[in-house]
Design a protein around this ligand. Structure first.
Ligand code: PGA
Length: 251
């Protein structure tokens, strides 16, 4: 079985509900008829109700940018899986580098979020990636191994479609500096081998590993041509319907 490519747009803290309506409508239109790849968008929470309406009936998947592990309770500022399901989300980005580095989210916290997403039937997109210091210090693979092992601690995966991993080198996010296709392939291959050790080879070979970090219309084709690159997590270039349309139509 082939891994179906997944192109994901992470809108971060951009778009008011009105702007999101327009962008989502354009992306829904652009993704019409694409059957050999999946397209996901992660608008801010506040835009989810209008985006849900706009993408109804399209094949776009909706994701949250984070998720709590509890159904409800005293967790000020958090959003529960049930609330996200109600708003049409089927996936959730977890452990994004901005959550880790700006908001101090730890591997242990991220692991709880992954478990919570799975428990409620949402597909987690677990983000991992090394900083520039870590790469220059030769610690990239060590960091990735720690983030994968801790993020997936005690997570049982029997259906490889129920989890996605995104490799996003921190130094490439929002900087215009993309990892070379060799750097991406090397990291993805390492992560897949690791997943085979944690689960089984047959599961690991089916789990999608996305690349993220300054993906744009000019570099998406070569990144997607790499054996272990199964999709892209796109930030800045996902905010323009024109560039995101080109990206989802990668060759
Ligand atoms: P970028 O962001 O494409 O703007 O580098 C990617 C991400 O943060 O997911």
């Amino acid at each position: 079985m082939q891994r179906k490519p997944l192109i994901a747009g992470n809108w971060k803290m951009y778009t008011t509900a009105a702007e999101a309506r327009e962008l989502a409508a354009a992306v829904a239109e652009a993704s019409k008829g694409l059957s050999d790849r999946e397209v996901m968008i992660a608008p801010p929470y506040t835009a989810l109700p209008v985006v849900k309406e706009v993408v109804a009936g399209s094949n776009l998947k909706l994701a949250a940018q984070n998720i709590c592990w509890e159904e409800k309770g005293a967790f000020t500022g958090e959003i529960s899986p049930l609330m996200l399901l109600e708003l049409g989300c089927s996936m959730a980005i977890i452990g994004h580098s901005e959550r880790r580095h700006i908001f101090g989210e730890t591997d242990a916290l991220i692991n709880k979020r992954v478990a919570g997403a799975i428990k409620f039937g949402l597909v987690p997109v677990l983000c991992i990636g090394e900083t520039l210091d870590e790469r220059e210090g030769g610690r990239t693979m060590q960091v990735l191994e720690q983030q994968v092992r801790a993020g997936l601690a005690d997570i049982v995966v029997t259906d490889p479609a129920k989890i996605v991993v995104a490799y996003e080198p921190v130094w490439a996010i929002g900087t215009g500096k993309t990892a070379s296709e060799q750097q991406a392939q090397e990291a993805h291959h390492f992560v897949r081998d690791l997943l085979a050790k944690i689960y089984q080879k047959s599961i690991a070979s089916q789990i999608r590993i996305l690349y993220g970090g300054s993906v744009n219309p000019g570099n998406v084709d070569v990144l997607m041509s790499q054996e272990d690159v199964d999709g892209a997590l796109v930030g800045g270039a996902a905010l323009s319907a024109e560039s995101f349309t080109r990206i989802i139509n990668f060759k």
